[in-house]
Design a protein around this ligand. Structure first.
Ligand code: ADP
Ligand code: MG
Length: 391
């Protein structure tokens, strides 16, 4: 009986573990969290930024942003209360919880905005907040890695997927407004045609993004292993896509980290004298771009294939992870924007697939055991029907 009630007891306790704030604060969070979300499509968000930008457009956009973000943040805060107690006491998870709480606190307490001057203050606060929340994913990944045994994999996946989906929504809405706010002021200075529509880059060059990311990951790989394979980019290298660069970067860095790590480790294991290069091929389809990352890192064992898309599942050994994770905060400081250590958190593939799928893309892996992997990423350009996606 007691055992059956244990999850409930744990849940109550988890709530207590997290509630360092006053009772009064908590009532407000619950009040916001009980409000209905107002989903918005990218197309609707883009309407705010149709030139010419007027103060009325900006005030409309800020009114939506200001009413919507605190509700979304409050729902996230409450979702942490349902985690088992022990998970709630993990310092990484508690840190992210507090970050969400503080973000909620900052935004809900802003008085209604009726002037362009106040809108500028709000946009700055939003921008600072995005920077503060930049390491949420690797921090939460470290937390769940440490608490792996306390939650069922489905429960864990449900919580993390929800956290990440809502984070994408929060960021897109927030960044879209910040970008718009800048665009409005730039427009007042010059009327130069721009490739940015809010947070979306309408002429993103996948080939050059892949080169930048591969360079970054190659440096990480050098730092971690003291050696790294080379890479090259071929295919439709001049093609462009309309996409959110930070998402593109996040997905591809995770895939590249896997390819670099596998190559170096397989070279060691098979006493190979030189690392075969990593091939990155870009293809352009109707409304999407394809990226294939081909490595000769030995592939994935058949028995492991069903686990690779699971959160907190990794073949990096615990002792190695602790070197990568020892330094989670140091690592993060060094690797801002590319999502944590070279491997070990077990978040790369499930998250990359979630991000790719968010706007209708996909991620697939074909492994040739004993030889290498082909990873196929398909990203749909954010234009036309993709703009109808509700966030
Ligand atoms: P992590 O890299 O932190 O271990 P991921 O989710 O990125 O987590 O990958 C999970 C596991 O999938 C890796 O630990 C590795 O065993 C396997 N894997 C992923 N990509 C490759 C690849 N290109 N070659 C070989 N194994 C891979
Ligand atoms: Mg990885």
């Amino acid at each position: 009986m007691l055992l059956r009630r244990l999850p409930q007891v744990q849940r109550l306790c988890a709530r207590r573990a997290f509630t360092s704030k006053t009772h009064y604060d908590e009532k407000i969070v619950y009040q916001y969290a009980s409000q209905q979300l107002k989903p918005v499509s990218i197309g609707q968000l883009l309407k705010y930024s149709q030139p010419p930008l007027t103060p009325a457009n900006i005030l409309d956009s800020v009114a939506y942003t200001q009413s919507e973000l605190p509700v979304r943040l409050a729902k996230r805060v409450i979702s942490f209360h349902n985690l088992p107690f022990i998970v709630g006491t993990n310092p990484h998870i508690a840190r992210v919880y507090n970050q969400y709480y503080e973000a909620f606190d900052r935004l809900y307490s802003f008085a209604p905005i009726d002037s362009i001057e106040r809108e500028w203050e709000f946009a700055r606060a939003l921008e600072r907040q995005t920077q503060l929340l930049v390491d949420v994913i690797p921090t939460i990944a470290q937390g769940f890695l440490e608490c792996k045994q306390y939650m069922k994999r489905e429960e864990r996946a449900l919580f993390i997927n929800e956290l990440i989906r809502s984070r994408i929504g929060l960021r897109v809405i927030g960044e879209q407004h910040v970008a718009l706010s800048y665009q409005f002021r730039d427009q007042q200075r010059s009327s130069l045609e721009d490739v940015w529509v809010g947070a979306i880059h309408t002429k993103l060059l996948p080939a050059s993004m892949m080169r930048q990311c591969a360079q970054l990951v190659q440096n990480m790989c050098e730092m971690h292993y003291g050696t790294a394979p080379s890479y090259y980019v071929d295919g439709d290298v001049d093609e462009t896509i309309s996409y959110i660069p930070s998402h593109f970067e996040y997905i591809t860095c995770e895939l590249l980290k896997n390819a670099f790590r596998a190559t170096v480790e397989f070279s060691r294991q098979s006493h190979r004298l030189a690392h075969p290069p990593i091939q990155i091929t870009i293809t352009k389809g109707e409304g999407y771009v394809g990226v294939r990352i081909r490595d000769q890192g030995g592939g994935i064992a058949k028995d492991n294939m069903r686990n690779v898309f699971e959160y907190s599942w990794s073949t990096m050994q615990d002792d190695e992870t602790s070197t990568a994770g020892m330094s989670l905060q140091t690592n993060l400081a060094m690797q801002q924007g590319i999502g944590g250590p070279i491997a070990g958190l077990g978040f790369g593939l499930p998250m990359a697939r979630l991000y790719a799928g968010y706007f209708g893309g996909s991620l697939d892996i074909v492994s040739m055991e004993g030889y290498g992997c082909d990873v196929f990423l398909k990203l749909r350009s954010i234009e036309g029907s993709v703009e109808q996606k509700q966030i």
